[in-house]
Design a protein around this ligand. Structure first.
Ligand code: ADP
Length: 190
């Protein structure tokens, strides 16, 4: 089994690239952001709770997020692994994920950082906001807050896996297919 964490700041292209990798390597693509947006769209209690954090660019609390992720992972069948997109986003989530995958006897194979500069991601997110319908993509102050949250809370997840010898960096600048090629080579090596 190949269980990959696709890691990077908001707007680094994780969603687009995770979809491609999922298809190429027969992986289940789990995006916690997409799962929350689904709940919001269906106006569920979880969706209502998540929205209040997402609208500010803050992280949804761990207990809700981890439980939702756990249930999804346990239901995975007929795939050669999982690609995690947008999870883990802090050290507590990384520890919870390691514990879950250890219990399932299917540990994390590696983390791949999509490396993109801050100026580039703000540009990309604002552009995506013109068509995505995502409120958190339209307001520059919310975008800046998400980047701040990434720096303070999420970036340590890279060192967490780096210390285990499981983290690699891939240049996230270039054309979509060019980046997909770089990521595929990185996945093959994990
Ligand atoms: P992006 O990476 O562009 O910010 P996502 O769809 O991954 O987009 O995340 C959107 C929002 O969803 C985040 O700002 C956060 O509020 C919430 N979210 C997604 N994943 C998590 C997570 N693992 N933990 C807490 N909040 C999350």
């Amino acid at each position: 089994m190949k269980n990959i964490i696709l890691f990077g700041p908001p707007g680094s292209g994780k969603g687009t690239q995770a979809e491609k990798l999922a298809e190429r390597f027969n992986l289940l693509h789990i995006s916690t952001g997409d799962m929350f947006r689904y709940e919001i769209k269906h106006d569920t209690p979880l969706g209502k709770k998540a929205k209040s954090y997402m609208d500010k660019g803050e992280l949804v609390p761990d207990e809700v997020t981890i439980e939702m992720l756990r249930e999804r992972v346990k239901k995975a069948t007929g795939v050669d692994g999982i690609i995690f997109d947008g999870f883990p986003r802090n050290k507590a989530q990384a520890e919870a994920l390691d514990e879950l995958m250890h219990d399932l006897e299917s540990p994390i194979s590696g983390l791949i950082l999509l490396d993109v500069s801050e100026d580039e991601i703000v540009k990309r997110i604002l552009k995506r906001g013109e068509s995505s319908g995502r409120a958190d993509d339209r307001d520059e102050s919310i975008i800046r807050n998400r980047i701040e949250v990434f720096r303070k809370q999420t970036a340590p997840v890279f060192s967490y896996y780096d210390k285990k010898g499981l983290a690699v960096k891939v240049n996230g600048l270039g054309g979509i297919d060019e980046i997909a090629g770089r990521l595929a080579s990185a996945v093959e090596k994990l």
